[in-house]
Write a protein that binds this ligand. Structure first.
Ligand code: NAP
Length: 287
């Protein structure tokens, strides 16, 4: 129920109509009986600054940030966590005594299902397909897990080199190498974790896969195939990898866990992750 005391949370993006965050957060808020509501805020790029000043004026407690504002919001904040600075993107902002404070919960979200597998990551090689926005959180997550090395494969040599250079002075990601896609036959058999951060295989092009059948057959048995995509579940990549003996992990848990980490930050209390996951599953299944 919305009362006179109800505090505001939300997501700012453009567009935001497709966002699953309101469903997930409001389900958790209802389960907790917390006096909050989470709203979608469609804000055009040239309106971000006045929108954030407006959030302060009306006492918004915190908000998520999605495309196209994840980078442009950064100079509008009073403080930014180290992880968000290193990744170069903010997805969660909280109001504090010092003003707006931004962080990035995608790293926590990415790592959560991998941590739940209770593996020893020392000596593990992580292979990341793609070098876009989400690859940055993935690379930071692989390093935090303790992977011995992270190899990033990209199709555009200039972007790949810029990606590599951006981590050069980073203590968070000490070991990172970049390769063209043509190197995959050499790289794949050595990797114990392969993460697809490209949109290849995402709805509606569900028959596509970032790796060919032959490449998937060169995976180590027991390797983890992780696809950030959550529509469809599983992707063609994960289906093929699983039939080869790999352990499949789709992007839904990352989505749930990055949201749970944000809500925990705003509410300063544990949040019902199962409720958040269930609400997303129902939304994705169109129930
Ligand atoms: P992005 O910034 O646009 O990066 C996409 C990357 O994929 C780029 O490096 C791009 O290469 C590469 N790529 C695209 N098409 C390709 C192709 N046909 N062949 C080879 N490389 C290709 O996108 P993003 O924000 O990282 O998102 C990527 C995917 O992750 C999306 O499917 C998104 O839904 C998913 N995602 C999931 C979560 C989650 O919580 N589960 C979170 C974030 C993202 P170029 O730079 O050369 O174009």
């Amino acid at each position: 129920m919305i009362l006179g005391t109800t505090k505001l949370l939300g997501v700012v993006g453009y567009p935001v109509a497709h966002s699953l965050s309101p469903v997930m957060h409001n389900a958790a808020i209802a389960q907790l009986g917390a006096d909050y509501i989470y709203l979608p805020f469609p804000v055009a790029p040239d309106q971000l600054k006045p929108a954030i000043a407006g959030f302060q004026a009306i006492g918004v407690q915190g908000f998520n940030v999605t495309i196209p504002h994840k980078q442009t919001v950064m100079p509008l904040l009073s403080g930014i966590s180290e992880v968000a600075q290193v990744i170069g993107a903010v997805n969660t902002v909280a109001w504090t005594d010092q003003g707006w404070w931004g962080t990035n919960t995608d790293v926590i979200g990415f790592m959560a299902p991998l941590k739940a597998m209770n593996r020893d990551w020392q000596g593990a090689i992580a292979l990341v397909l793609g070098n876009g926005g989400s690859a940055r959180a993935v690379v930071a997550g692989c390093a935090q897990l303790g992977c011995a090395d992270t190899w990033v494969v990209g199709r555009d040599p200039k972007k790949l080199e810029a990606f590599h250079a951006s981590w050069q002075d980073s203590t968070l990601v000490p070991r990172l190498s970049v390769y063209p896609w043509s190197e995959l036959p050499v790289l794949l058999p050595q990797a114990s974790l392969v993460v697809n951060t490209t949109p290849i295989g995402m709805h509606p092009k569900v028959e596509e896969t970032p790796l060919s059948q032959a490449e998937i057959e060169s995976l180590q048995p027991g390797a983890i195939a992780y696809d950030l995509i959550y529509t469809p579940r599983p992707t063609q990549f994960l289906q093929l990898a699983q039939s080869r003996g790999a352990i499949a992990c789709d992007g839904l848990e990352m989505l749930v866990q990055q949201g749970a980490a944000a809500l925990e930050l705003w509410l300063q209390q544990p949040v019902p992750v199962d409720t958040m996951r269930q609400s997303l599953l129902e939304q994705l299944q169109g129930k």
